[in-house]
Write a protein that binds this ligand. Structure first.
Ligand SMILES: [Zn+2]
Length: 128
């Protein structure tokens, strides 16, 4: 069992799959058996995430690279909701709630991939 690194879709088996059945990414999924707990300083983690965000933003030809970074950052932030946000984009998003700031060349998440679950939700909404 494992999950997609882009949309967190969970699958029983990856056998025979060449892409995520939910979002279609060809990024390799992760196995739950490889989930681990580690000790790290939050500021060090922020540094790692922001460098990854910076790198992925410099390679926009692969939108899934940025989706990967933002998805992993969001999964980590949910585990520690009282902590500072992990990405530069989210930090600036927080500043914008308080200040009228205009910034340029800041990384931002690409549009979300349309997933199978999104389509199913839409269809169920129409049927009701
Ligand atoms: Zn997916």
């Amino acid at each position: 069992m494992g999950r997609c690194v882009i949309c967190n879709f969970e699958v029983e088996s990856f056998e025979g799959l060449d892409s995520c059945p939910n979002c279609g990414t060809t990024y390799a999924p992760v196995f739950f058996v490889d989930d681990i707990n580690i000790a790290i300083n939050w500021q060090e983690l922020r540094g790692l995430v922001m460098w990854a965000e910076f790198w992925a933003n410099a390679h926009k030809e692969s939108e899934d690279m940025l989706r990967f970074v933002y998805n992993q950052a969001e999964r980590l932030e949910k585990q520690f909701p009282d902590r500072q946000r992990l990405t530069l984009y989210s930090e600036i998003e927080e500043l914008r709630k308080v200040y009228d700031v205009e910034m340029h060349n800041i990384p931002e998440p690409p549009p979300k991939r349309l997933t199978l679950n999104d389509v199913l939700d839409e269809v169920q909404g129409i049927i009701k």
